[in-house]
Design a protein. Structure first.
Length: 348
């Protein structure tokens, strides 16, 4: 366990078993403030997979928070979804009590498998929750940040607007769908895929989108490929199939491993680091939790364009993959001596 924590850089690992609740909370780095990160509620084959998922995702949240400039560390909660019948209200009530017992070291939010109503149950037990109904859904803000990031990448690479460009969107979930709406409104041509045929049919009707299978999405000729579904989709095989200029999607952990970013770089494809472009949801959760209004939140989200542009410039100057630049920036913030100037922090 300690070896795995060291590998992921996780400072604290908390587990709770009570009634139907089997939960893990991983706190990666608390240098910037209390950890903030979503609560994932899905089925796992075993406890070790759940713990590994929590630690891996917590690390990503630390990096995301560092470059999003929010006063929070990175954390993640994982609840193992029971395979049989269970009382959902009771389960989340117990989880809320678990979060409360951590004394504010971790602030939770929505993630895969959890809903606003789940967050409301948590809010009845603890104040350390940022996605309850009195705060709202972070998806629109995440999607808008995505849209701004794609605009930034396109302008950096071509100097053009989005009008007339082709964007292939892999996954039409909450964020993917809203991104499609914004891109369509700017005159983009859309190619879409999703395991839910009803979503792709709706996209075809509303956006005149071209629908392809989930296996054929990588091969589509497009300006931007946008992975908005599962993580780990960018690997040696899929990257070899890509026919795009830019990769910019909202899925977390898109790279199967960091070395894939170098392969993308060598293909002269501009990769927009996922944890930077999809940070709008984190900014929304953090800002809302701290009492900011909509205009203030929008101002904070707009900052991601500056961060991305500086990542692109540095990657070009140094001839280094964009993901490596983003990681170096985040690690300098999380682990570096703030009294020592460093070229990488000139970009933040």
């Amino acid at each position: 366990m300690f070896s795995n924590m060291h590998t992921h850089g996780v400072q604290e690992l908390h587990v709770c078993q009570q009634g139907p609740l089997n939960a893990v909370v991983a706190l990666h780095n608390l240098r910037l403030g209390p950890a903030l990160g979503g609560c994932r509620f899905i089925e796992y084959d075993c406890e070790l997979n759940a713990i590994e998922d929590a630690m891996r995702l917590a690390r990503g949240m630390s990096y995301k928070a560092a470059l999003a400039r929010v006063p929070h560390g990175g954390g993640k909660a994982v609840i193992m979804r029971p395979k049989g019948e269970f009382d959902r209200h009771e389960l989340f009530k117990l989880f809320g009590q678990f979060i409360q017992s951590l004394g504010g070291r971790y602030i939770t939010a929505m993630d895969s498998g959890t809903t606003v109503s789940d967050m409301d149950i948590l809010a009845s037990q603890t104040a350390f929750v940022s996605s309850s109904s009195n705060i709202g859904d972070p998806s629109p803000t995440t999607a808008h940040g995505m849209f701004l990031g794609i605009q930034c990448a396109v302008h950096f690479l071509t100097g053009q607007s989005l009008q007339g460009l082709t964007v292939a969107i892999q996954g039409l979930g909450h964020v993917g769908w809203r991104l499609a709406q914004q891109l369509h409104s700017q005159g983009c041509h859309l190619i879409v895929c999703d395991i839910d045929e009803a979503k792709t049919q709706k996209a075809q009707q509303q956006f005149s989108a071209k629908v392809v299978s989930i296996n054929d999405i990588y091969q589509q000729s497009c300006d931007v490929f946008s992975p908005c579904g599962l993580g780990g989709v960018l690997n040696k095989t899929s990257v070899s199939q890509l026919n795009c200029k830019i990769i910019a999607g909202c899925a977390n952990n898109q790279l199967e491993h960091d070395a894939v970013a170098q392969e993308i770089h060598e293909k002269n494809i501009l990769y927009v680091p996922d944890y930077v472009i999809n940070s709008g949801g984190l900014v929304f959760a953090s800002s809302s939790y701290r009492g900011m209004n909509g205009q203030q939140i929008q101002h904070e989200v707009n900052k991601l364009k500056d961060t991305l542009e500086k990542i692109f410039v540095l990657a070009k100057q140094k001839n280094i993959a964009t993901n490596a630049i983003a990681n170096q920036m985040a690690e300098k913030i999380l682990y570096g001596d703030p009294r020592q100037p460093d070229w990488i922090l000139e970009a933040v």
